[in-house]
Ligand binder design. Structure first.
Ligand code: ADP
Ligand code: MG
Length: 721
């Protein structure tokens, strides 16, 4: 041990009294719930570089000396405070990847950039135990540093006024009331995927947290954890073994303040981004950069365009009433097998900053949202594990086979997609996790392919074919129906394209033997790729990722008046045109024609997001009419292509017939009421039969009562207010 570690207390005292006087005063005034003092590392460094070095080398002794000194200072000023000292914001050279932490880092102070994947329940543990000697009644205090076993006195210390009896001669009773307890919690951390070498599994680690930092981390959060790696012997069948586990003690942590710091953008990148952003053909250029090996036949070009917009996303806003509107754009690709859905998902999840790929059916463990698991940390407690969406927070989740997600997940998907929060209350843990990510989902029809082959298959049918709940489907801003249509002309072109691609790609085996450079190696350093085969140029994946991260980090566009007007115009026109048709249809009481409200307020939000995304792509702070036009075009396309005539109907789950019936039933009840002053239930049923079932009548009645159009005067007798 160095000198500094020996005289740590003296150094802390000087430091605290000279540099931290006001913070100590705050502690003394007991204004905080948790009495701790946090010290940025650089302050110690400025104060005494050698001492700072020693903090990193001998953190256990020095930090506990620091806390003791802090308590002493408080005591000298007349306050008994169980104060704690935390050092944070460690210097760059103590930062290292989790996977590189090894035996030379044990008991040192290190910092790791990680994502929290699990948290356990909280348990109290004794950190200073008080024992009473049965012979003489003397109280003995013992610090409990180890969370795994209770350290008992060996004898009753005479020096401190005890009787000197040993463990054999007397008994030491734990006095819980006088002992000091501290809360603790386990969290599991994982390397941030961006830093994991390709092909490797991210390293995980178990972190023990105590005191005020308990419950300050949520699964899915990215943090810089300042930890001391410590070894514990493995326990098998209640016996210690010579094998050791490394666990981490958390000293302090910093939550991410700027997103996407994992993507570094240097001056040169910045210059190129600004240059590219001015290009006339920016939209087509980025569109072509999306999965260049997938041929843009049929609607795939448009699908790619929408995916490009999704990558940039709209602006999430906190509204005046403290509600939040999401900026992330959710897209669903629904379609026949073999139309490159999975390929697109894979590409986008690789391209997007913080992208993740998951399969709806195959996600194990926490699934898409979250799960409570017992004994994840080997001590019997419940733990909360984040699923794919919370782990993709501030990124993108690509979910294949979305139609196969579990019922548990389906239930939690609604708030996860709209409010972008996952609420969990399971096994003694309640938490709300953030799931602020864009969702790109793919689903197959239930029967394997769409049964109706023509374009105008009603969406209603298509949904029935996928078995996707309307409420869930309505959370998507865009739903593409991708049909594997036979088009002689295109078919040959796709086939040629696939043949070209599959035969010119680099052999993986050769790449592994590094005889030839892989395609991404070829792209490295390049920002614009110009294929030799005469196909359109596109941005390299690496550069596009930087571009997106840069835009998302720095550009937050707002719609100008013209953009708003354009969206409003489309919206009102759509509604009105269908409204007029609707009037005509109402005369026809039980006609097969549908009563239609074509577009919902959700669509309005989707249009805003798409407009913002297009502006963001162009690094504009204001979204203009031009941006709105592109957004409208993409939006109209998906609705047309999908044959959506009546979105609201599909999404409310009410059949056209039921909708017509509703008006009919209401009119019927109105008629009876105005004739007789009131309507008896039996009479309504009789009038309705046989065209309308009692069930349908009940539903409409309930709605009318709820809306206050009707009230129940006496049992089963209804009147107008
Ligand atoms: P899905 O998930 O829709 O069933 P996949 O993504 O698995 O389809 O694609 C099936 C195969 O067909 C892939 O190898 C894909 O590259 C190829 N393919 C389908 N459509 C195209 C296209 N338009 N351009 C290039 N390849 C295509
Ligand atoms: Mg697939």
């Amino acid at each position: 041990m160095t000198m500094a570690a020996h005289d740590a207390s003296a150094r802390w005292r000087t430091f605290l009294e000279e540099a931290k006087e006001s913070e100590v005063m705050t502690l003394l005034s007991r204004q905080t719930n948790f009495p701790y003092l946090s010290i940025p590392f650089h302050e110690i460094q400025t104060f005494d570089p050698q001492f700072a070095e020693d903090v990193l080398e001998h953190p256990k002794q020095i930090l506990s000396a620091g806390s003791k000194t802090l308590m002493e200072i408080c005591r000298e000023r007349g306050e008994e405070i169980d104060a704690l000292l935390r050092v944070g914001e460690l210097p760059g050279d103590s930062r290292m990847p989790l996977r590189e932490i090894g035996s030379s880092d044990i008991d040192k102070l290190r910092s790791v950039d990680v994502i929290v994947t699990k948290i356990s329940e909280i348990k109290p543990r004794i950190h200073r135990a008080v024992f009473k000697c049965e012979s003489c009644g003397h109280d003995i205090e013992i610090d409990q540093e180890n969370e795994r076993e209770l350290k008992e006195p060996l004898n009753c210390p005479q020096a401190l006024g005890g009787c000197g009896s040993t463990k054999v001669e007397t008994r030491f009773d734990l006095v819980l009331l006088s002992s000091r307890m501290v809360n603790n919690q386990w969290i599991e951390i994982q390397e941030q995927p961006e830093y994991v070498p390709s092909g490797a599994q991210p390293r995980r680690g178990m972190v023990l947290i105590e005191g005020d930092q308990v419950n300050s981390h949520l699964p899915g959060e990215r943090i810089t954890a300042n930890v001391i790696p410590v070894v514990r012997s493995e326990v098998r069948n209640r016996k210690k073994t010579p094998m050791f586990d490394v666990i981490f003690h958390l000293i302090s942590s910093e939550h991410e303040s700027t997103p996407f710091t994992e993507i570094s953008i240097d001056e040169e990148d910045r210059r190129r981004i600004l240059e590219i952003s001015n290009r006339e053909d920016l939209m087509p250029l980025i569109q072509q950069s999306i999965a260049p090996s997938i041929f843009s036949t049929g609607i795939i070009g448009l699908v790619k365009r929408s995916l490009a917009l999704q990558l940039f996303g709209g602006v999430s806003r906190r509204l005046k009433d403290n509600t939040r509107s999401r900026g992330d754009i959710h897209i669903l690709l629904m379609g026949d097998p073999g139309v490159a859905k999975s390929q697109l998902l894979t590409f986008i999840s690789n391209l997007s900053p913080r992208g993740r790929f998951a399969t709806g059916g195959g996600t194990s463990g926490a699934g898409l949202t979250a799960a409570a698991v017992r004994d994840a940390f080997g001590d019997g407690r419940f733990a909360l594990e984040a699923g794919v969406l919370p782990l993709s927070d501030r990124g993108l989740a690509a979910i294949d086979e979305f139609d196969k997600i579990s019922t548990d997940d389906t239930r939690m998907m609604h708030p996860a997609m709209e409010q972008q929060k996952v609420h969990v209350a399971k096994g003694g843990i309640t938490a709300t996790l953030n799931s602020r990510c864009a969702i790109l989902a793919a689903a197959n029809p239930k029967e394997g392919r769409f049964t109706k082959r023509h374009k105008n298959t009603s969406v209603m049918r298509a949904y029935e074919e996928t078995g996707l709940a309307p409420a869930l489907a309505s959370r998507f801003d865009i739903i593409w129906m991708m049909r594997d249509e036979v088009r002689i002309h295109d078919d040959e072109r796709i086939a040629r394209h696939i043949l070209d691609n599959r035969t010119t790609g680099k052999s993986e085996t050769l790449m592994e033997n590094s005889i030839e450079l892989g395609p991404s190696d070829n792209e490295e350093g390049l920002y614009i790729v110009k294929p030799e085969n005469g196909r359109a140029e596109h941005l390299s994946q690496d550069f596009l990722r930087k571009y997106i991260a840069f835009a998302k980090r720095t550009v937050h566009p707002q719609l100008d008046q013209d953009a708003k007007n354009a969206i409003l115009k489309y919206y009102t026109e759509e509604r009105q045109s269908f409204g007029r048709e609707d009037e005509g249809r109402n005369n026809n009481e039980f006609g097969d024609k549908e009563s239609i409200i074509p577009i919902t307020a959700r669509a309005l939000e989707a249009l805003i997001r798409l407009t913002e995304a297009h502006a963001r792509m162009h690094l504009q702070d204001t979204a203009t009419l031009e941006n709105a036009k592109v957004a409208l075009a993409v939006f109209k396309h998906w609705r047309e292509e999908s044959g959506i005539e009546d979105e609201s109907e599909v999404f409310s789950g009410v059949s056209p017939r039921a909708r017509v019936s509703k008006t009919a039933i209401m009119n019927m009840i109105r008629d009876i009421c105005s004739e007789k002053g009131e309507a008896k239930l039996a009479e309504i049923y009789n009038t309705a039969l046989p065209k309308i079932t009692e069930n349908e009548v009940d539903r409409v009645l309930a709605q009318m009562l709820k809306d206050g159009i009707l009230y129940e005067h006496t049992t089963d007798t209804y009147r107008f207010p």
